[in-house]
Design a protein around this ligand. Structure first.
Ligand SMILES: *Cc1c(COP(=O)(O)O)cnc(C)c1O
Length: 468
């Protein structure tokens, strides 16, 4: 499998190259040259497989030159062995047609673990084979950073430095990052928003001498390997509910568009995905785009679902590339105008293609609390604020045909956002036993202004590549 940049200029890479590069040299994102398509018979043959086996077989379609099926199977088995549920990603029925796909049974209690636990192992394997080391730099609105740190801690060939917006993550999220005192882990809190953090990470990657000196690598959802590692759970849910012989809809609470892009990918691979519903909090650029082709940036506002407090959904570029008929030059120009003018000029025909499949939904904090309460009193289901936006979106936009099931991505454990859950239900969800002492553990992090030179100096000071 070869990968192309969405901006059409960078040389194609194989899976290993894409894993290590993260962002393409022309500033674009990597996409498979063509989607591996499975016939209905091939899909049926995958029904009933244990999650790690299904994951290995599907990811192998994207990584065949880099990794054997046996190697991948070893990695997926190890990656998901520590999860708190034997099914890894169980489906919980919420009502006659909707299901929660619980993606939060990993070590940091959010869906990011599903990809990150595998990504840490992929990096380790590839780097060991090459005798190299890398510096992972990432931006997080809360969940990505802790999942990445958990996946990379104490790995010999990796240093990891994570930027988060100071005071804008939940305390559990911050502590899950800042209490990891491994020598290869550093945390940086920036006086700014998540978008500022993400912009700085992009700026570091675009600083070619710095990028080469540090051997920068990405774990943000711009890394294709992460999207690839999210594809299996949508396939697993769909197969369990009767695909490829029954159509499905997915509802995904969305920030960077990475998770829902994986749901889109299983459709491109041949599963009958009828509709993709995108849930947003008041930072609803994608919902505004779908409603009225209004992809315009607004300031980020904090909400009860901080992992979705994002205005620039970086993975949207991958969908844009497809909507524009895989025209790299047109994608590059559209993205440049978005950067320059704060508004993305999507041609009407491309917007219409998007609205044929996607629906957008916005829920404010009051609505989110009401939905958490409704799920608790109605179904006895304790949902975190992100998941609640997904279930509300599912009800608002489920296909009229009631025989089509709607699978909601349950993206965080309720104990990760206990304040909101308690406000809504009066019930404070306890942390699972393995995290019970989180509030007593020592924290370590630095605070800086969002200035590229200062942040690069911090990274240089903490990357151990010189002393290796
Ligand atoms: C990261 C995250 C999201 C958003 O996922 P994207 O891939 O950025 O769209 C939603 N909910 C939770 C709990 C998250 O951690």
């Amino acid at each position: 499998m070869r990968y192309l940049s969405t901006r059409g200029q960078a040389a194609p890479h194989d899976f290993e190259g894409v894993l290590l590069a993260g962002l393409a040299e022309d500033g674009g994102l990597f996409m498979p040259e063509s989607w591996p398509s499975l016939s209905p018979a091939e899909w049926r043959a995958l029904r009933g497989l244990p999650y790690p086996e299904l994951a290995a077989r599907l990811i192998h379609r994207f990584a065949g030159e880099t990794l054997s099926l046996e190697t991948l199977r070893d990695m997926t088995t190890a990656a998901y062995a520590g999860f708190g549920h034997p099914a890894v990603a169980p489906l919980v029925q919420l009502d006659s047609r909707s299901f929660a796909l619980e993606l939060f049974h990993g070590p940091t209690l959010a869906f990011k673990d599903m990809a990150m636990q595998l990504l840490g192992r992929l990096f380790d394997h590839v780097l060991a084979r090459r005798g190299e080391r890398i510096t992972i730099v990432g931006a997080t609105s809360g969940d990505t950073g802790s999942a990445a740190i958990e996946a990379c801690r104490d790995r010999g060939a990796i240093d990891i430095i994570i930027l988060h917006p100071d005071g804008r993550t939940s305390e559990v999220q911050r502590r899950q990052m800042t209490t990891v005192l491994s020598p290869n882990v550093a945390n940086l809190a920036l006086n700014g928003t998540f978008d500022d953090c993400q912009d700085l990470v992009k700026a570091m990657f675009n600083d070619a001498p710095f990028r080469a000196e540090m051997r920068l690598a990405a774990v943000n959802s711009i890394n294709w390997a992460r999207v690839a590692a999210q594809i299996p759970y949508y396939a697993h849910a769909a197969l369990a509910l009767g695909a490829p012989d029954r159509p499905m809809a997915f509802s995904v609470p969305t920030g960077n568009f990475g998770n829902v892009l994986a749901a889109w990918a299983v459709r491109a691979m041949g599963l009958p995905v009828e509709r993709l519903i995108i849930g947003a909090n008041r930072n609803n650029i994608l919902a505004r785009f779908l409603a009225a082709n209004d992809m315009s940036m607004r300031p980020v506002e904090p909400s009860l679902s901080p992992s979705m407090d994002i205005q620039v959904s970086s993975n949207f570029e991958r969908l844009l590339f497809e909507l524009l008929g895989r025209d790299g030059a047109a994608t590059a120009e559209t993205m440049q105008r978005f950067r320059a003018e704060g508004r993305m000029p999507v041609p009407d025909a491309a917007w219409r293609r998007a609205t044929g499949l996607f629906r957008g939904f916005t829920l404010d904090d009051e609505g989110t609390l009401a939905e958490i309460r409704r799920l608790w009193t109605g179904q006895g289901y304790l949902a975190d604020p992100h998941t609640a936006i997904g279930t509300a979106a599912a009800r608002a936009h489920a296909p009229e045909d009631r025989s089509i099931p709607v699978v909601v991505a349950a993206t965080a454990h309720p104990a990760k956002f206990p304040d909101a859950v308690e406000r809504a239900t009066g019930n404070r969800p306890p942390l699972p036993a393995r995290l019970a002492d989180l509030y007593e553990r020592e924290e370590r992090y630095a605070v800086l202004a969002p200035e590229l030179a200062d942040v690069e100096a911090f990274v240089r000071a903490h990357a151990r590549r010189n002393t290796a």
